[in-house]
Write a protein that binds this ligand. Structure first.
Ligand code: ZN
Length: 685
């Protein structure tokens, strides 16, 4: 199974030093300058907004398609809350009623704490932290909870015949006691990971019973194995049964809404293949049949000649400690035409880059084909990618579909831009040395990061070849294979981002973009990325290692010519690039060596490079980085508000336009979603 969030993280790390606004002439789809990305900050979270500049350029038919798919995406919101924990919908309803109807003083500290708690629950789609999956404990007193409920006008989700006092008595420990359903996903191998996890994928069954139930289902000889259990809750009644999520089944009311909107979308689909594919998806939601789900994925993955694509279904399995059952998730994506054109320019010129690469001739490919990689703008996020979103997604998850039919890999461009803008400004100010360098990073950093990533993905990984008789890097370089490969792709991009050829091809306006990338990359690799480590830790993650060995190696090799200089000002350490052209030559030299290591399978050299330059942490510098980062108060996690799509209709009730607006009030959007996309009944709990 492929993990999109890992893919996402990789980009996230890569972009962390990049910054802010795009170059004026380079990016046609650039967001408006005065758009405020950051809208809210609380606990360990930040709420951002993303723009969809492509939406305005769509035809009415395409706008309708996006709108219908976005409604389908939002219609599954309740499903995720219920999947995460059986009482989440009741709790969310309670919070909603209080936020709307509390008559007491809203300026007090306890109220502020209550609102922080409310926002955290909305952010996590339930009462467990979205990342650690531990129960979020409210930071107000238990007695305040009953005060809130008793001073609120509105309906609370009481069970039949339940008194308010009983409701509060039940609710209080459910919210406050970390011992009751304290962890959503418990992976501790000492425990029965099913019965000790608070998620709602299983009821009354043990880990052994789950293993038994699904191993009995599997046919080991099936070359196209079904992902049994993907779309159901496993429940012990008289016997153990699956309650399937489908029309007429569990979550049927929400699924019917999804189906209704998908039906409308189907009418305005981009082409016949997409229409057919949506038909299969609808059939799957109606029947819950997992062979139909596979059939759908095969159709979806082949359908590439479209401007608008989407994900809608039960997709990722991180919420289930057994990795069987999938949470509801949906994304609607619009092709980022400008970035896609950029990709095409790169892959069209793939042979030129290969022929001119500073690597040994015997390691060059005679014919090189760039990898297909799509850059899209997100139009809506729903279910398990909302508000917390990855920045890249690679699907489907089924291995045999991936190898027989392929997969789709997308980079979420507008989400990345928003992350960059929100997170990097502070870092640039703090770790940049000269005003010139800071200004350049602010102006070009984000764009430079995107160009570098594109070259890494489209050209870097596709470049070079092994010498005859040499085994795969996994066989020869073993645990160093991945960091060697990622470093190789990074170096390919670093070497070429300063090449005049890029200006000639119209990809960048000047070498300022390359300089911004060099400044950002070196600072990140030599110090900034250390803030992700705890004191005493060494570097382990392969992308972090590759950035470290590239930066430390070039720093050391360039020392006699002062290519990169370490400076100290007011007791703060800075790394400053003095000679960009010389640094480029060093990147080229290292690229040749790393390519040689891969092509010859030189384990000893791989080990020496990584262990000497990519693992160790300078303790004092690490402390300094942690200190300086802490002051910047950048939230560990950021999530996103969605834009709002509003249809304009004429007197015959026909849609004549869809208007996109951007709210900047997170609470308002959550209340709106609670109100208009609540389709599941509460009574079954
Ligand atoms: Zn890579």
């Amino acid at each position: 199974m492929k993990r999109p969030s890992t893919f996402g993280l990789m980009f996230l790390v890569l972009f962390l030093f990049a910054c802010g606004k795009q170059g004026e002439t380079v990016e046609a789809n650039k967001p408006t300058e005065d758009f405020e990305v950051r809208v809210d900050r609380f606990a360990d979270l930040e709420i951002l907004r993303y723009q969809v500049p492509q939406f305005e350029k769509l035809s009415l038919r395409q706008k309708k398609f996006v709108y219908f798919l976005s409604q389908a995406a939002l219609s599954g919101r309740d499903i995720l809350y219920d999947q995460n924990y059986k009482y989440n919908l009741i709790i969310r309803q309670t919070i909603h009623t209080i936020v709307e109807g509390y008559k007491g003083d809203r300026s007090t500290e306890p109220w502020k704490q209550f609102m922080i708690y409310a926002k955290r629950v909305w952010f996590s789609n339930g009462i467990h932290h979205h990342y650690s999956t531990l129960k979020i404990i409210p930071q107000f007193k238990k007695s305040y909870l009953s005060e809130l409920i008793n001073s609120t006008d509105g309906e609370f989700p009481l069970k039949n015949g339940e008194k308010m006092g009983e409701f509060i008595e039940w609710l209080t420990p459910t919210l406050f006691d970390p011992e009751i359903d304290g962890k959503r996903v418990n992976l501790n191998p000492q425990d029965d990971i099913i019965s000790t996890s608070a998620n709602n994928y299983y009821q009354g069954v043990t880990q052994d019973e789950v293993d038994m139930f699904y191993s009995n289902m599997k046919d080991p000889d099936d070359p196209e194995p079904i992902w049994y259990g993907l779309n159901s809750r496993l429940v012990k009644e008289q016997e153990i049964v699956e309650k399937v999520w489908k029309s007429g089944g569990l979550y049927g009311n929400a699924i019917d809404q999804i189906v209704m909107w998908l039906g409308k979308a189907k009418e305005v689909a981009e082409n016949d293949a997409q229409r057919k594919e949506l038909e299969i998806l609808i059939e799957y939601f109606q029947t819950g049949d997992l062979r139909t789900w596979d059939k759908y994925n095969m159709a979806w993955v082949k359908n590439t000649k479209i401007d608008i694509d989407y994900i809608n279904g039960f997709i990722e399995v991180y919420g289930d400690p057994k990795g069987i059952k999938a949470s509801y998730e949906s994304v609607v994506e619009i092709n980022d035409f400008e970035a896609t054109a950029r990709m095409k320019t790169l892959s069209d010129n793939g042979q030129w880059f290969e022929d001119n690469a500073p690597i040994m001739d015997i390691h060059k490919r005679e014919t090189v084909r760039g990898i297909t990689y799509n850059v899209v703008s997100v139009a809506i996020l729903g279910g398990d990618v909302s508000p917390y979103s990855p920045i890249g997604i690679n699907l489907p998850n089924s291995d045999w579909i991936r190898s027989n039919y392929g997969s789709k890999s997308v980079s979420l461009s507008n989400i990345t831009t928003a992350y960059d803008e929100a997170r990097s400004g502070g870092f640039v100010e703090e770790f940049g040395y000269t005003d010139e360098e800071k200004a350049r990073l602010k102006k070009y950093g984000s764009f430079a990061g995107k160009i570098h990533t594109a070259m890494h993905e489209v050209l870097g990984h596709a470049s070079g070849k092994l010498e005859a008789g040499v085994g795969t890097p996994k066989e020869t370089l073993k645990s160093y294979a991945s960091t060697i490969e990622e470093g190789r792709a990074d170096l390919f991009g670093l070497y070429y981002i300063m090449d005049p050829k890029l200006v000639e091809m119209g990809l960048v306006e000047s070498d300022e973009i390359g300089k911004a990338e060099y400044d950002g990359y070196i600072k990140n690799g030599l110090m900034l990325q250390l803030r992700r480590l705890q004191p005493g830790e060494e570097i382990e993650e392969s992308h972090m290692r590759n950035r470290a060995y590239i930066s430390h190696w070039t720093y050391e090799k360039g020392r006699k010519d002062n290519v990169i200089e370490k400076k100290v000002r007011d007791k703060k350490t800075y790394f400053v690039v003095n000679d960009y052209e010389a640094l480029r030559q060093l990147f080229g030299e290292l690229l040749q060596e790393v390519q040689r290591i891969k092509s010859q399978g030189d384990y000893k050299a791989a080990k020496e490079l990584v262990e000497n330059y990519g693992v160790k942490v300078d303790k004092k510098l690490h402390e300094e980085v942690l200190e300086r980062s802490k002051v910047l108060n950048i939230a560990p996690y950021a999530g996103f508000m969605n834009p709002h799509y509003k249809p304009v209709t004429n007197e015959n009730n026909e849609i004549t336009d869809i208007v996109i607006t951007y709210s900047d009030d997170f609470v308002e959007q959550m209340l709106y979603y609670d109100k208009y996309y609540s389709f599941l009944p509460l009574e079954n709990n």
